[in-house]
Design a protein around this ligand. Structure first.
Ligand SMILES: O=C(O)C(=O)C[C@H](O)[C@H](O)CO
Length: 310
């Protein structure tokens, strides 16, 4: 659950700024990444009943993401954002204040769908967009826990959406309800004030999640689960745009983890998905499908499952 958006990503090159139109929104990126690996995925949010909202519904229909619980509002719009991956520091410009998704409340949460799911996935961005969505997130997480649905939480930090203090407080409270934490190293350094990857993993484990997947970009990932900790190398990439790579890692990780029960093999698989995602422009377009990932890894899924720790 969270906010999908229509994306405008700046094309490379000098002269007037030109943008490629695509799709984004961290949890929608993750949902599509999971669906492209063969998982059964449903999404909950509210969209404006406008052209962008209908385009997002069409995207999900094409990707096999079930949108039957999505609310359509006449009184609010679907959000959009612009991103410049060529700037020294990647910049997002959002047009999302007051969006349909930001008006979701706890009363809107599709409780039966949450109870029926194997995993509920949401993020700090899902909660940063408004107080209603923040409460809706906590409500959904509590319902999930009571029903035995695993809670997965990406601590994606966007300081354009809220203050660091609020982000810290909400993220920490959410991690106390999570089974799987999916922080990125850059965000976690800001949120925790810690520098070292192992110390960051320890800090997340201390809050309660039994599985911590620390996404370290070009340095791969550190995964802690069941008393074990392994470093997962990054897969080879030709990076041009990192937008959505961490989300794609998360979605692919969840899909493979649900399927195999092995968090470390799921991490190796997700690293390949993230490498392909950074090698193309836009958050969604370059996310690879399962056959492409298996070809990249040069291994049948069963061999992949037995991948040795590194
Ligand atoms: O920044 C956000 O809120 C988004 O969800 C837009 C992008 O798709 C996302 O940041 C990529 O991780």
């Amino acid at each position: 659950m969270g906010e999908p958006m229509v994306e405008f990503v700046r094309e490379p090159g000098p002269g007037p700024k030109r943008y490629l139109r695509g799709f984004g929104g961290d949890v929608s990126n993750a949902a599509i990444a999971a669906a492209r690996q063969g998982a059964e995925v449903a999404f909950f949010t509210a969209l404006g009943n406008d052209e962008f909202g209908r385009d997002i519904l069409d995207l999900w229909a094409d990707e096999g993401v079930d949108a039957s619980a999505v609310l359509l509002r006449e009184d609010a719009s679907t959000a959009i954002y612009f991103v410049d991956p060529h700037a020294e520091e990647r910049r997002f410009t959002y047009f999302r204040a007051g969006s349909a998704a930001s008006r979701v409340t706890a009363a809107d949460v599709p409780e039966a769908a949450v109870r029926a799911a194997a995993v509920l996935h949401l993020s700090a961005i899902s909660q940063a967009i408004g107080t209603g969505p923040a409460e809706a997130g906590f409500h959904a997480m509590r319902i999930a826990r009571a029903a035995g649905t695993l809670v997965s939480y990406d601590t994606n930090l966007r300081l354009k959406l809220w203050s660091l203090d609020t982000a810290r407080a909400t993220t920490e409270a959410a991690l106390r309800l999570a089974d799987i934490a999916l922080p990125s190293l850059d965000d976690a350094r800001i949120l925790t004030g810690l520098d070292d990857a192992d110390a960051i993993v320890d800090a997340h484990l201390a809050l309660g999640p039994g599985i911590v997947v620390l996404k370290c970009g070009a340095d791969g990932a550190v995964i802690a689960a069941g008393g074990e900790r392994r470093r997962i190398p990054a897969a080879p990439a030709r990076p041009v745009d990192s937008t959505g790579a961490g989300d794609a890692f998360g979605g692919a990780f969840l899909a493979r983890f649900i399927e195999t029960g092995d968090p470390f093999a799921a991490g190796h698989y997700a690293a390949a998905v993230a490498a392909a995602t950074v090698s193309g422009f836009g958050a969604v377009e370059p996310i690879p499908r399962r056959a492409e990932v298996e070809a990249m890894l040069g291994a049948a899924p069963t061999e992949l499952d037995a991948a040795a720790p590194t």
